[in-house]
Design a protein around this ligand. Structure first.
Ligand SMILES: [Cu+2]
Length: 363
């Protein structure tokens, strides 16, 4: 039998991909199989709907593209906005109303959410260590609730667990929590009553304690709190599902602080493409040995603070890596967003494609 020279095999292979040897380096980052390649077996996504593997592939590609082109989709309502407070003597007083609200998770999907002050997540509470805090909680829900200050060193009576440290806050009642803010770090507040339902339905928010001495903070240019949730409203990042999630933005040379908080029932390994994350704190506590990773496993209740320093500009996918929380034959959904990294000021004009433009358009 005649042997086929390896070089010939390689040329045939490259030709089948629609690229010559010159194009190999550029195309290696994004090789798409040629559209005219014979399909040996139908793709599972074809489902026999069209009787044609090619049409099935085109259908799936079109659904993916439509989802990506819809991003970032406008929806009503934005959670996690700063919660205002007033001073009463030396106390910072926050007012939280637990109330039902219509919440648009993604375009066309409006759910009945349980909320703090009408948004999911609730507003972000931000104080300084040592602040005397009072939170006045009014329950306008049709059921009882209570708020737990997750990660904070409260007096036991303010821990927010019905039956353990307080009675449930019944519908129509108002309850007051008082404590001194500590320790420094990324914390949370959420329901501790029928919590699997109430927290996933929206009774959750970030509670951030900053140090008195800000020189103790790591150096960063901007920050972003990313609250993960799952349950009856689906997989969400800050209360929104792709394509309604918010893109993160930064510039080359800058450092971004991301505060992850998992309020869901499942673990979510968050994966950032193209650059490492430096994990500097767990549950608000600075790590003695920060470490680099591109995927950080985040269990329910966990908080991780990470610093991001981009390696290359571009539009970098950023998603939960339990893939059925993020992508299906219908396209991307749920826990997906992007980190847009603009070139450094004065650098060449950016080309920031949402989809890879190699192969079909350039071959
Ligand atoms: Cu996930």
């Amino acid at each position: 039998m005649e042997m086929v020279p390896s070089a010939f095999t390689r040329r045939r292979f490259l030709a089948a991909l629609g690229i010559g040897t010159v194009g190999v380096a550029a195309a290696s980052a994004c090789v798409t199989l040629p559209t005219n390649a014979p399909a040996a077996t139908p793709h599972p996504a074809d489902h026999g709907e069209t009787g044609s593997a090619g049409a099935g592939a085109a259908d799936m590609d079109a659904k993916h593209e439509a989802k990506i082109k819809a991003f970032p989709a406008a929806t009503k309502g934005k959670g996690g906005q700063p919660m205002p407070f007033r001073m009463e003597g030396d106390r910072k007083v926050f007012e939280v109303t637990c109330q039902m609200a219509d919440w648009e998770v993604e375009p066309g999907k409006v759910v009945k959410a349980m909320t703090y002050n009408g948004t999911m997540p609730g507003p972000e509470i931000r104080v300084t260590e040592g602040d005397k805090v009072r939170v006045v909680v009014k329950n306008e829900l049709p059921e009882s609730t209570a708020i737990h200050w997750h990660g904070l060193y409260t007096d036991n009576l303010a821990d927010g667990v019905p039956g353990v440290t307080q009675p449930p806050i019944k519908p129509g009642e108002t309850y007051i929590y008082e404590f001194t803010a500590a320790p420094v770090g990324s914390h949370m507040y959420h329901s501790h009553h029928d919590a699997a339902t109430q927290v996933t339905a929206g009774l959750l928010g970030a509670f951030i304690v900053e140090p008195k001495d800000r020189s103790k903070l790591p150096k960063y240019d901007s920050e972003y709190t990313l609250i993960l949730n799952d349950g009856s409203h689906g997989f969400t990042l800050n209360g929104k599902a792709f394509p309604a999630t918010e893109p993160l933005k930064m510039r080359m040379g800058e450092t971004l602080l991301i505060r992850y908080m998992n309020e869901g029932l499942m673990a979510h390994p968050m994966h950032l493409h193209g650059m490492p994350m430096e994990v500097i704190a767990k549950d608000g506590y600075p790590l003695p040995n920060p470490y680099l990773c591109d995927t950080q496993f985040i269990a329910p209740g966990d908080r991780y603070d990470v610093l991001v320093r981009p390696v290359n500009p571009g539009t970098w996918a950023f998603h939960c890596h339990i893939l059925n929380h993020a992508e299906s034959a219908e396209g991307m959904f749920g826990m997906v967003t992007v980190l847009v990294v603009e070139p450094a000021a004065g650098a060449a004009a950016p080309t920031l494609p949402y989809v890879c433009k190699l192969d079909r358009e350039t071959a």
